[in-house]
Write a protein that binds this ligand. Structure first.
Ligand code: GLA
Length: 385
């Protein structure tokens, strides 16, 4: 009898709206993509992990599962497997390792969570190989915290949507407690993802710029809370429950200095845009959803300062080409945009991006790789072949 081969598939994600606010405990609205990381795996009888990547840019990686795994060099792809293995080993002490063959059609460092998809896929492979099951919400939380192993102070959106997405839907993710609420993407809406050709290495240069943001948000929150006469540990959702957005912005203007008033303004206005966007999606109001995308981009560019000139240009061109709205998606500093248009408009938008963005940059022939239609897909799963 030939042994079954097990394959785990973990999709990438595109965040539709709610950017850089998951680590503030505010809700976000991403969906999973069809593009994914896939891992073929076999259980081992010892604690070794042996990883091979079909992509020749990534050298084989090996390490032993334990509660404290020494990291490989910063930026090494194997660190996402180490992050998964360490997080699981801390919860399940006797886990054995796997032999894993990794492949992916997700662009890397493009703001589409290829790294979290790798981490989630690796964790599912290990759990399955060890015959261990964990409730989905617990795993989302465990892996969200576990990814901090690589040095980014991420918020948990990526691991949650990669594990919990429903086909055909975007999901609102609430934190503390973690919860996913799907909303069907209306027929006739097309989300398009386009890469700016600028790599945003979460484990590289963008990491410092990323990690600075949660710290600034936290400082702003504490100062505004004190001014409001609230406890120092009140959360952002707590602040939004205690005062209106207008009151909070006025207080922030009077209390904060330097970049903090703008950081704070992004967080609280983006939080309200998520609520409005979910309602617009449920009502099939594409124009309203698109206006929120535009406002989100403006806020990320001007107040949060996580955009990049090439992202701004792509957003502008997508709109000129007939997209109803567009914005950067993911952590920013490079990476991709997401644009929304009616399905029948999509070919025109892609053609215009090809001619006006990719051709002048010598990348017209690769438009098929850089631009794709985002189809709302299901979350990660283990399959037996
Ligand atoms: C990265 C992080 C997420 C989130 C986004 C920005 O993808 O992993 O937790 O903070 O950036 O919205």
């Amino acid at each position: 009898m030939t042994p079954h081969v097990h394959v785990v598939r973990a999709p990438g994600r595109v965040n539709l709206i709610g950017e850089h606010i998951d680590y503030c405990g505010l809700s976000v609205l991403p969906m999973a993509l069809r593009r994914s990381v896939r891992i073929q795996f076999h259980p081992r009888s010892d604690r070794e992990m042996r990883l091979v990547n079909r992509d020749p840019r990534f050298a084989p990686s090996a390490f032993a599962v334990s509660e404290s795994i020494p990291p490989a060099a910063a930026g090494d792809w194997g660190n996402y497997a180490r992050a998964a293995a360490q997080a699981l080993a801390q919860r399940f002490p006797d886990l054995r390792g796997v032999n894993a063959l990794v492949e992916s059609d997700l662009p890397i460092a493009a703001g589409l969570s290829s790294s979290s998809a790798l981490l989630v896929a690796m964790a599912l492979a290990m759990l399955h190989a060890n015959g261990v099951s964990v409730a989905s919400l617990e795993l989302m939380d465990l892996l969200g915290r576990g990814e901090r192993y690589v040095g980014t102070a991420g918020g948990g959106m990526d691991q949650a949507i990669i594990l919990g997405a429903r086909a055909g839907c975007a999901s609102r993710i609430d934190f503390h407690p973690l919860r996913l609420t799907p909303t069907a993407v209306p027929a006739g809406w097309q989300f398009i993802v386009a890469w700016s050709l600028v790599h945003a290495e979460k484990s590289g240069a963008a990491r410092q710029a990323y990690n600075e943001r949660p710290r600034q948000c936290d400082e702003a929150r504490r100062l505004v809370a004190a001014r409001l006469g609230q406890r120092e540990d009140i959360t952002y959702p707590g602040l939004l429950g205690a005062a209106s957005v207008e009151q909070l912005l006025e207080l922030a203007g009077a209390t904060l200095s330097g970049v903090l008033p703008r950081r704070f303004r992004h967080v609280v206005t983006e939080g309200t845009r998520v609520v409005q966007a979910e309602a617009a999606m449920a009502a099939g109001d594409l124009a309203a959803f698109a206006r929120l995308l535009d406002a989100s981009h403006q806020s990320l560019r001007d107040d949060y300062e996580v955009s990049h000139p090439e992202l701004d240009r792509l957003v502008e061109l997508a709109r000129e080409a007939g997209a109803a709205g567009a914005r950067l998606t993911g952590a920013g500093f490079g990476g991709s945009i997401v644009a929304l248009c009616r399905v029948e408009r999509a070919p025109e938008v892609v053609a215009a991006l090809r001619e006006r963005f990719y051709a002048p940059r010598g990348a017209a022939d690769e438009v098929g790789r850089h631009v794709f239609m985002a189809e709302p897909s299901a979350g990660a799963e283990v399959m037996r072949t």
